[in-house]
Design a protein around this ligand. Sequence first.
Ligand SMILES: Nc1nc2c(c(=O)[nH]1)N[C@H]1C(S)=C(S)[C@@H](COP(=O)(O)O)O[C@H]1N2
Ligand SMILES: [Mo]
Length: 212
Amino acid sequence: MLDSIFKRKKEEEEMRAAGRLPPGQSLTNRFPVLHYGPVPRFDPATWDFRAWGEVEQPLRLTWEEFSQLPRSRIKLDLHCVTAWSKFDTLWEGVPVRVLIEKGLLKLKPTARYVMQHAEYGFTVNLPLDVVLQDNFLLATHYDGAPIEPEHGYPLRGVVGALPGREDLVTPYLWKGAKWLRGLEFMAHDRPGFWEEAGYHNEADVWKEQRYG
Ligand SMILES: Nc1nc2c(c(=O)[nH]1)N[C@H]1C(S)=C(S)[C@@H](COP(=O)(O)O)O[C@H]1N2
Ligand SMILES: [Mo]
């Protein structure tokens, strides 16, 4: 027990020195569950994914259609605002860029921000540039299996650090909506649920932008 605590502390110091552990974060191997409200039920017959706002044409995909989109895999370091970090998490899902490349989504030049809309009206905002980065995914799978209900099944936005990619903006994990149902493309920024509650609008883990 004590042994493993010392081991973890040592690993933390090494990871901090290597520039992989952001300020104020501790490592965990668990995957804590954090959200407001209940876990929604998923009904594939009525579920849909929508995109609207600053787009040439609103998009609606059924679960059947969404499941057929080409998926990518990425390994992310997750950084939660509550100070835990989890390294090397494996996600599979659809990059927003793919929706654009497939011609499903045509953004207006005025689109600059994105609001993720989830079940029960949960929202979270990000700049469009961040949503289009390689470290943001519309994720259907975690660690080789469909995401667990409490982590966002069947679809969640996920964002984290890609080690070695210091060029990417890395927000805290709350900037990915679990139980995601749609993306609203916006000309002007608007705070989401936690941002309204006092969380930082940008949420950059390296700048330790936790609360606004
Ligand atoms: N739909 C929804 N998504 C959400 C939240 C929420 O309350 N509702 N909370 C966010 C917060 S604050 C965090 S820290 C992460 C936690 O993700 P996890 O439960 O998979 O660790 O989900 C984010 N996504
Ligand atoms: Mo959180």
